[in-house]
Design a protein around this ligand. Structure first.
Ligand code: SF4
Ligand code: FES
Length: 372
């Protein structure tokens, strides 16, 4: 055992909300190279990844502190040969298990095994509705064909499926077809999510930025499909921040509902938090997970509302959106402690919108693909 043991009974830690979900990023390794990947620009190598035993202990500690859902993610979690074993540990610990996958690396036998071990749910990413587009965006030839097979194996096992569709200027004109594809694959839910612009997506923002017209058309299609597909498919829609008036409560509020453990054991308040350079992240190798959640400096940096500057401090929406996204404030305003520039009250709002309009009007450059 190389990670810290749980907090001893009776140790005093500050009173904080209980996290509902943990994103377990098992590895940054991934055959795909999506240009909007939420992984950091500098990624931990395989040799730095937590062992099976370490992850098992993290999962048990998470369950003990009240986490209900674990989302196995990456990179591509199927790149870990111990994925099945970790699903078993999570199920035994009483966690609801969700696998977030590109499908590449899964086989029919592995899907059957995961199902037998009690995997509760799968989220399968779809980059496009035809092989040429999907494989160009994902930077991996044959990816689309593999996803279609994987969806069939998931359906055969009866595991509930959500299709994850990240939308941007190259695939937004196929929103209707993307929703149709989810129905065809037997998904119960689709997440139609406009790209969050930070990390790799910030590097690629000119290649990804949609026009206002594309966004508006997408919104209409989603609204119409929601009505038409009632009882067949639930559509979660994540609107783009660049054309919004107010931000979303990113992560449901910093240090409020979820935490993220990286392949090397760092515990982050959000998947992109490493884009905020001054934050220091504790590691499960050194501290118990529950201590990090309650006492860790990174979690307390932007938890609640006390840290907020104006205009958030005196805003009536501050308990609803918690000042928006810290990573987006970092990317666009150069300071994670400022109001999210997606907010109309932010002094950086106009510049962010102007950048989006200019980038969307230009000829899109080639992608800078994610690399390790
Ligand atoms: Fe939200 Fe802050 Fe904007 Fe108010 S000022 S809407 S709290 S981001
Ligand atoms: Fe990090 Fe929004 S992505 S707080």
């Amino acid at each position: 055992m190389t990670i810290a043991t749980p907090i001893p009974e009776g140790t005093r830690v500050r009173r904080v909300p209980v996290p509902m979900a943990m994103l377990a990023e098992l590895t940054y390794r991934c055959p795909l190279k999506c240009p909007y990947c939420s992984n950091p620009l500098e990624m931990a190598k395989r040799s730095e990844e937590l062992s099976t035993e370490d992850w098992a202990e993290v999962l048990r500690q998470a369950a003990k502190m009240g986490v209900l859902h674990v989302h196995f993610s990456g990179g591509e979690p199927a790149a870990r040969r111990d994925l099945e074993e970790l699903v078993s540990v999570a199920v035994e610990a009483g966690l609801y298990t969700n696998l977030i996958t590109s499908g590449v690396g899964l086989t029919e036998a592995r899907v059957k095994d995961l199902s037998a071990r009690g995997l509760d749910h799968v989220q399968l990413s779809v980059q496009g509705t035809d092989a040429a587009t999907a494989d160009l965006i994902g930077g991996y030839r044959g990816g689309f064909e593999q996803k279609m097979k994987v969806a069939g194996w998931i359906a055969a096992e009866g595991i509930p499926l959500t299709v994850n569709a990240v939308m941007h200027r190259r695939n937004l004109d196929r929103t209707a077809e993307t929703i149709d594809l989810a129905v065809k694959l037997g998904a119960r839910r689709i997440e139609v999510a406009h790209t969050q612009i930070h990390g790799w997506a910030y590097v690629n923002r000119a290649a990804l930025m949609p026009t206002r017209e594309q966004v508006d058309a997408c919104t209409v299609i989603v609204e119409e499909a929601r009505e038409r597909l009632k009882g067949i498919l639930v559509i979660d829609y994540v609107p783009p921040d660049h054309h919004a008036r107010y931000p979303k409560a990113c992560m449901g509020g910093w240090g409020r509902v979820g935490l993220n453990v990286t392949p090397s054991g760092k515990v982050l308040p959000c998947h992109a938090a490493e884009s905020i350079p001054h934050l220091v992240f504790d590691n499960v190798k050194d501290k118990p997970l529950a201590w990090i959640w309650a006492e860790g400096a990174a979690f307390n940096a932007y938890r609640g509302t006390d840290w907020m500057p104006e205009p958030c401090r005196s805003c009536e929406r501050k308990e609803a959106d918690f000042g928006g996204c810290r990573c987006q404030a970092m990317a666009y305003a150069g300071d994670a402690g400022l109001t999210d520039p997606a907010c109309i009250k932010s002094p950086h709002h106009a510049r962010m919108q102007e950048m989006a309009l200019t980038e969307a009007a230009d000829v899109p450059p080639d992608y800078v693909y994610r690399t390790m």
